[in-house]
Each structure stands twice: as C-alpha cells, then as structure tokens.
Write a protein of this length. Structure first.
Length: 140
C-alpha cells in the first residue's frame, strides 16, 4: 500500500512558497496549533503569528514563520494563505532588529487607534522573528 501524504501549499501575497506532499503539517491556528494528516476533516481557520512545521520521514523537515491569513483543510490538502511567510532559517536578524526599532518608533508616534494597532502588530511580529532567529543561532 502506498504511503498516504497530505498535499501542502503555503502561499504569500508575492508567490507560491511551498507546494509538496508531506506526512503531516502543523499550523498555528487562531484557536491553537493544529496538525493535518491525510483524510483530515475539512475546516477553515484564521492564523495567528507562529511557525508552520512540515514533517517528512517522522521529523520536522522545514519551518516557516507566518503572520496573518488563514488555512483551509480538506481530506487531501492543506492550504495556508499567509500575509507573511519566511523560512525560519532565512530570518535576517539585523533586518528584523531594524524593523523592531522602526515599529517601536511608529508606536510612540501613533496618533490614532488604527495606527497604534498596526504598529503593535509590527512590534509583535519583529519580536517573534527575533526570538526565532536567536533560537536558530543557538542551535547552529
């Protein structure tokens, strides 16, 4: 019997980031992380900022930081449409540190609730990316 796999696609506004068959994928849903295996019950979830882990040969083969968007799951497929998707291994610590400084300055200078919320999201995103970058550097 052929091994069952789930077709996974990760899409950002710029491009199709990943399209391949996996044993399992774990996605950061707004209600908590969820794992998707073949023949999963269909559903749709919004995403929270976090890491998508892809499993092959019983272990994590790739990890992507995602922020914003949603996931659609069917029995054969999991599609993640993310506002931002970056391979954890390619997070540029210096660029993220600069982004964090700019976002904090924007937060301090924000006049409206909308400007504050947008700046807070940027700060939270940069902080999480720095945490992932630091963890990656510690394991390198």
């Amino acid at each position: 019997m052929a091994e069952e796999l789930v077709h996974f696609e990760l899409v950002s506004p710029e491009k199709l980031v990943i399209s391949r068959k996996l044993e399992m994928v774990v996605v950061p849903g707004s209600e908590g992380d969820f794992g998707v295996l073949p023949r999963h019950a269909p559903f749709i979830s919004t995403l929270r900022m976090g890491v998508v882990n892809m499993y092959e040969a019983g272990k994590v083969s790739d990890s992507y930081f995602v922020a914003g968007g949603f996931a659609e799951v069917t029995e054969e497929r999991c599609t993640v449409l993310a506002e931002r998707a970056v391979p954890v291994t390619e997070i540029d610590q210096a660029a993220v540190e600069k982004e964090l400084i700019e976002a904090k300055a924007d937060l301090e200078n924000a006049d409206t609730d909308q400007e504050k919320a947008k700046a807070q999201d940027r700060v939270a995103t940069a902080e999480m990316m720095l945490t992932l970058s630091n963890a990656k550097a510690g394991h390198a």
